[in-house]
Design a protein around this ligand. Structure first.
Ligand code: SF4
Ligand code: SF4
Length: 73
């Protein structure tokens, strides 16, 4: 299977409550909390598109979009 390429990684700052779950689960340390306790993307180039952050966020604040996600299914 071809390697997924990250197209977009977005954090909805209004929904993020700073629980840090995404930061803990990300195997590549792509995410951090900023000074206002909101998740931010610090190194998108390291993202392996595992989507753990998206799956684990209790507030559905993260969206990972890759070149293999089909928008028109
Ligand atoms: S898991 Fe969700 S709510 Fe928690 S810090 Fe990450 S983005 Fe924010
Ligand atoms: S998709 Fe995986 S590697 Fe990318 S930011 Fe989320 S947890 Fe980290």
């Amino acid at each position: 299977m071809a390697k997924k390429v990250l197209k977009e990684l977005t954090v909805n700052r209004d929904w993020c409550k700073g629980c840090e779950i995404c930061v803990s689960f990300c195997p590549k340390k792509v995410l951090e909390l900023d000074s206002r306790d909101k998740a931010v993307v610090v190194s998108p180039e390291d993202c392996i598109c595992c989507k753990l952050c998206e799956l684990r966020c209790p507030d559905l604040a993260i969206e990972v979009l890759t070149d293999q996600d089909n928008d028109n299914e």
